[in-house]
Design a protein around this ligand. Sequence first.
Ligand code: DCB
Length: 513
Amino acid sequence: MKRISRKLWGLLAAILLLGVPLPAGAFSDVKPGDWYENAVTEMTAQGYLLGYPDGRFRPENTVSAGEFLAIVGRCAGAQEGAGQTGHWAAGWVQAALDRSWIDWDECPPTGALFDKPISRQLAVKALMRALLPDARGDYNTESQKIADFSELNGRYYETTLGAYAAGVIIGDPSGTFRPLGSLTRAEACIIIQRALKKTDGVLPPAPDIPSGPVETIQGGASENGWLQVKGAQLCNEQGKPVALHGMSTHGLQWYGQFAGKQAVKNTTAFGANLFRVAMYTGENGYLSQPEAMKKKAIESIDAAIAQDMYVIIDWHILSDGNPMSHVKEAEAFFSEMARRYQDRPEVIYEICNEPNGGAAWGKDIKPYAQRVVKAIRQHSKGIILIGSSTWSQDIHLAVQDPLEGENLMYTLHFYAGTHGKELRDRIDQVLAKGLPVFISEWGVSRADGSGGVFLKEAGEWLDFLQKRGISWANWSLCDKDETSAALKPGTPATRAWTASDLSESGKFVFGRF
Ligand code: DCB
């Protein structure tokens, strides 16, 4: 008898240490008759709650952001995401971020807030988004119930009013919500259990997100060789997913000095494996001075090849919004480039930077792309990047009627101060169709190249792209007095750069190569 019970104790201790869900009634500090007993017992039995290794639940302790999001994640049937830190809750916080239950600034994946108390307004938002995303409350009716409604941040109106209307939160006798206050573990259990009951066991469908990060390799052209598109992913010659990161030049006609040997080499020194040569067509660019611009572009391409980088030749249409207006010039130019670089695995062809104005996919851009792709394919099997209407934001329209052919990718351009989730959703739509996306231009500024910088938004974007194994080039490598420029005004192109030469944008972007 003695020996058996000792074995049992050992097993129980092992279960406790491993944090395996315990049978109901297992917590020494949750007693029959406690007001939270039912909620804790039931949710523990369902596997949603884990106690501490010493067998206690500590109901009066303040619930941390990590704890709350982990419980909600389990209740919603989510899988842990790919956490960025070794913290035990990192995967659950990531899962909440991936599903937009919370936003990046509310609990960044870097972990600073994981062990901090979660505010009541944020807890309710995460809970409602996860379990009852469609719950809404009438503003006049519900806000009446909350005596301290004026303390609530407008960002949390929808979810708080929805929670009151659904009965997930029942105003206490004083009628206050204390949006910035914290919750105890027992209180957290109660409101989560109420929300669970309202779902009637029918949980909202899990959003379609990738199951984990795409593991990509970096490295230069000598390591990766000819690139190829497999499904929606850019891969190297061996078929392994690859991610390219680097800078786009500004207009060669204006900032050509930052497209030369030393400038290219400087970006390699900071870890870039991609360089984009933005050859404007309008605005006194190629169409006005074809020989000079071609010479400049070739110099820049050759400098990137010499640094073992992949390099994009960008036909930078902008003020000339419809690529069809100069399709003959484009065919001739790309035909010449593809012949010249037919043996070079480094070279990537971007055939129309940003169609805009009246240019439409079916009528203009697709027929243009078909002609230019054909011209390139006579000489090269290299990757070809294709833009879309509204400054290469309408990828969802392009992929409804995609081009036939191999190694074709669709470009999406974004500016962190202007574009957010609406464009990220389009990317997921396109990936879900099995078509590949390349971010050949993006900025930490607004869409006009100024304003901000919007580093928080840019961080959200880059995390999103990294998770999906998507390559990018940042606008732009120059010292112009605008926030999207990577260099401080007056930085020479003729020497190596240190961190003190970089603008706010440059520091952020170079740090993410
Ligand atoms: C793109 C263009 C790029 C432009 C940047 C920032 O245009 F591809 O050429 O760069 O985004 O606006 C800017 C430079 C300025 C320069 C100007 C004109 O930063 O220094 O003076 O080009 O050459 C976009 C992208 C998005 C949107 C609009 C434009 N948008 N746009 O969403 O509205 O009109 O230039």
